[in-house]
Design a protein around this ligand. Structure first.
Ligand SMILES: C[S@@+](CC[C@H](N)C(=O)[O-])C[C@H]1O[C@@H](n2cnc3c(N)ncnc32)[C@H](O)[C@@H]1O
Length: 173
């Protein structure tokens, strides 16, 4: 049964409905975030970059190509990442809100794209972000405005936001 849609390529994909498999396609937020980081790369410390909710892992691969020294791709499901990521990328199973471990607390930059679309995402993601001190950059499509508002309400760190190509980028410092 075709139930999914790739917003970048207009490709429908098969969905077995057994779990959240939104990570099986590259979402437009990832493209916008990549472009934003590439354009502003001198502003970010690419020493140890962690991606949350990596999905296909394409952004992590691009960040590695950009010269990041250490890259970690993480998601609640990592089977796709094991197939798509360079062997130089660490792969971690991580659910938003899980306990913070070394690979997260040592990050110099945390990135995530299209990870604000379910009602529990704001509190769980903010639990993680509020426990960290490094810069976090998150790109979201505009399809869930109330969830983005919840996210901002739960953030206990200072942030700025920018609108880029119909997406919202939160830069949390
Ligand atoms: C819409 S996809 C976006 C994938 C990729 N970042 C992109 O922009 O193409 C959302 C991703 O977040 C992951 N995800 C959703 N809820 C999560 C949670 N609570 N903890 C960890 N990952 C989660 C999903 O498994 C999926 O890979």
């Amino acid at each position: 049964m075709h139930t999914g849609w790739n917003p970048l390529n207009d490709i429908w994909y098969d969905d077995d409905n057994s779990h959240d498999n939104t990570g099986s396609v590259v979402w437009s937020s990832q493209k916008v975030l990549w472009s934003y980081i590439y354009t502003n790369k001198d502003e970010f410390d690419l020493g140890s970059v962690v991606e949350l909710g990596s999905g296909t892992g394409m952004l992590s691969n691009l960040i590695l190509d950009l010269g990041a020294k250490h890259v970690t791709a993480s998601d609640q499901y990592v089977e796709t990442l094991k197939k798509t990521c360079s062997d130089k990328i660490n792969i971690k199973t991580f659910c938003f809100g899980d306990n913070i471990t070394d690979w997260l607390s040592n990050a110099t930059l945390i990135i995530a794209s299209d990870v604000l679309y379910l009602p529990d995402h704001p509190t769980k993601l903010c639990k993680t972000i509020n426990s960290l001190v490094c810069t976090v950059v998150i790109c979201s499509s505009m399809r869930c405005p109330s969830i983005i508002r919840d996210f901002e309400a739960n953030l206990q760190r200072s942030f700025v936001k920018q609108l880029v190509d119909n997406h919202i980028i939160h830069i949390i410092k």
